[in-house]
Design a protein around this ligand. Structure first.
Ligand SMILES: C[S@@+](CC[C@H](N)C(=O)[O-])C[C@H]1O[C@@H](n2cnc3c(N)ncnc32)[C@H](O)[C@@H]1O
Length: 178
């Protein structure tokens, strides 16, 4: 995370638990969570039971169409790209990159296609891929596709790391250059 980072955008932030965890770890940070209205409603009560509601703002909206604003240090796309088409993901990446300050990071956490390091993680990944296909008609993106999408956005430098806590889950970082 960039030093001094404060404002984050969580695209499809779901139950907002990541945003809560993030704000607990980073007392000076705030997160804007954009989500479907159903998910926003579901997160309202858990959020109200914390002392973080002043730092976490929820917006019911459509990340594929709505302008998220600008000036964010981080744009978090955790487990969202598998739900969109390739063209939608390209647009989402471009929009996310434009929302960042120079030096800001696009952060993807996703079970990307390809072999996982452990057999159980691999089996989970295969099952997830099958369910994305059957339930959503979509597929797991692989790292090359994420990288290509990121590089197609303006002025983004890409690197990948694997989650030390979740075998088979990749963290892909796109840094917006100045
Ligand atoms: C698999 S969940 C991931 C939730 C969360 N990021 C996480 O890692 O736990 C995908 C989320 O994307 C949201 N979503 C789907 N389409 C969206 C859209 N067009 N705009 C905003 N959010 C969307 C869903 O409501 C859901 O909360």
């Amino acid at each position: 995370m960039p030093n001094g980072a404060r404002g984050s955008l969580a695209v499809g932030g779901g139950h907002a638990r990541w945003a809560m965890a993030f704000c607990r770890r980073r007392p000076k940070c705030s997160v804007t969570v954009v989500n479907s209205s159903q998910a926003v409603r579901a997160a309202e009560r858990p959020l109200a039971s914390t002392n973080l509601s002043g730092r976490i703002t929820q917006h019911a909206g459509n990340s594929l169409a709505d302008d998220p604003g600008t000036g964010y240090d981080l744009a978090l796309l955790f487990s969202v790209i598998h739900g969109f088409s390739d063209a939608q993901n390209q647009a989402l990446i471009k929009r996310g990159a434009q929302a960042l300050i120079p030096g800001g990071l696009l952060v993807f956490v996703e079970r990307l296609a390809g072999r996982a390091p452990l057999p159980t993680a691999n089996a989970t990944k295969v099952l997830l891929s099958a369910s994305y296909f059957h339930l959503l008609g979509k597929h797991n993106w692989d790292y090359q596709a994420v990288r290509t999408g990121l590089l197609a956005a303006e002025r983004v430098k890409v690197r990948r790391t694997n989650s030390p806590l979740l075998p088979g889950t990749s963290i892909t970082l796109g840094t917006r250059r100045a």
